[in-house]
Design a protein. Structure first.
Length: 235
C-alpha cells in the first residue's frame, strides 16, 4: 500500500526547516520591525490555539484572528509567560479542560516541573497539559511528568512556529471515532497490525494528540498524487 507523504520538519535556531533542508520563507523573509521574541511567542501561541481547535477544544475566533500587532499591544515585546497560558474546554465535554503552559528559557529540571505540578494540581477538570519548551528537559524532569494525574505533552517552541497542517501539499485528515474504526475493521476483516502505521512521535500524530490504536483516514486530492484514500494506525 502507498505510504503517506507526511510533511516532516524540524526547527533550527528557531527557524523551521523542511526535509529538503531549506528555510521556511514564510518566516525568514517576512519583514517585521518588531522584536524576535514577541514574534516567536505570537507564532507559537497561534499554532497552539489552532492545534487545540483541531483537537475539538473551544477556541474563540477572536483568539485565532489576533494579529501580530494586536498581540504585541496586549502582551508586549517581552510577554509574561503566565499571561500566555491557554486553558480551554473540550467542545464535546466542557468539564474536561486542557492547559498550555509556556516555560522559561532556563533548562527544565525536576524542580521546575514540580512547580508546574503544584500550580495546576487544583485546576478543576484538567485532563491534558501541554508544556511549550524553550530549552532542553533533562531525563529526570521527563520522568517527573509521569506523576501528573493528567496527560502531559511537550513541544519545543520551534516546532510550533509553523502549523504543519497548513502546508499546501497536506492531505485531508480525519480521525476515526471508536465506532468508525470498528466498522472499518469489520468490513475489511482487518486487525491493527494489518493497517499501515504512523508512529506516535510523527509530527502529524503529535499535532492531533493521537494515541496508540487510533486510526486516521487520509484523503489525497491534489497533484501529483491524484485522488485516493488510505488509512494509518497509530503505533
Amino acid at each position: 500500500m502507498e505510504e503517506v507523504m507526511a510533511v516532516e520538519w524540524s526547527s533550527e535556531n528557531g527557524v523551521p526547516t523542511f526535509d529538503d533542508g531549506t528555510h521556511s520563507h514564510c518566516i525568514a523573509k517576512t519583514e517585521d520591525k518588531g522584536g524576535v521574541e514577541s514574534k516567536r511567542f505570537y507564532l507559537a501561541r497561534t499554532t497552539a490555539l489552532e492545534m487545540l481547535r483541531d483537537r475539538g477544544y473551544q477556541v474563540s475566533d477572536a483568539e485565532l484572528s489576533l494579529s501580530l500587532s494586536e498581540f504585541r499591544s496586549g502582551f508586549g515585546e517581552k510577554p509574561d509567560l503566565e499571561r500566555l497560558r491557554i486553558c480551554v474546554p473540550l467542545c464535546s465535554n466542557p468539564m474536561k479542560k486542557i492547559l498550555v503552559v509556556f516555560m522559561g528559557s532556563e533548562p527544565v529540571t525536576v524542580k521546575s516541573v514540580r512547580a508546574i505540578h503544584s500550580q495546576v494540581s487544583s485546576t478543576v477538570g484538567l485532563h491534558g497539559l501541554i508544556l511549550v519548551l524553550q530549552s532542553k528537559m533533562n531525563h529526570f524532569a521527563k520522568k517527573e511528568l509521569t506523576t501528573f494525574s493528567c496527560t502531559v505533552e511537550t513541544f519545543q517552541i520551534g516546532d510550533l512556529l509553523v502549523n504543519i497542517t497548513k502546508h499546501t501539499g497536506q492531505p485531508k485528515i480525519e480521525i476515526l471515532t471508536k465506532e468508525e474504526k470498528e466498522k472499518l475493521m469489520s468490513e475489511h476483516s482487518l486487525e491493527d497490525k494489518q493497517i499501515p502505521f504512523l508512529k506516535e512521535k510523527d509530527s502529524f500524530v503529535r499535532y492531533h494528540g493521537l494515541k496508540k490504536g487510533q486510526v486516521a483516514k487520509i484523503t489525497y486530492s491534489k497533484e501529483p498524487v491524484g485522488y485516493f484514500v488510505t488509512y494509518r494506525c497509530i503505533v
